[in-house]
Design a binder for this molecule. Sequence first.
Ligand SMILES: [Zn+2]
Length: 139
Amino acid sequence: MMTEKKELYLGYSSDKAVTPFFQEFLEFLDQEKLMKSVCTQCGTEFLPPREHCQKCLSLCELKEFTEREAKLRSYVVVDFAPESLASKAPYVVAIGEFPSGLRLTAHITNLMSVPEVGMALKLAFDHIDEKKLTYKFLV
Ligand SMILES: [Zn+2]
């Protein structure tokens, strides 16, 4: 039996080509492992991972990102959502900063009050359905 290809779900449709590099990222995400990438030449780290270094254009390799606690750095409350997310509006898209300094943009899905910059966030994973994977922040 063929396993179905997984896709990253961030709330909007992504026409991102599924390169072998991105496919590998998705396979790890399916196991609830978030991968960063590290430049093989200059060591710069990227989250979410990039295949090529933004600084020196060298190849990057995937490494597991193990930090789970972040602080809310910035956020936006989306009242007027794209069609695919209209039923979820209003919702919060946040930039969380990890102790290493790496930042990640993701939804906060369990907020019960107005978010505050500096508040603690926890990285979590979600299988939206059999095919769609995502990562998110919880408070
Ligand atoms: Zn580099």
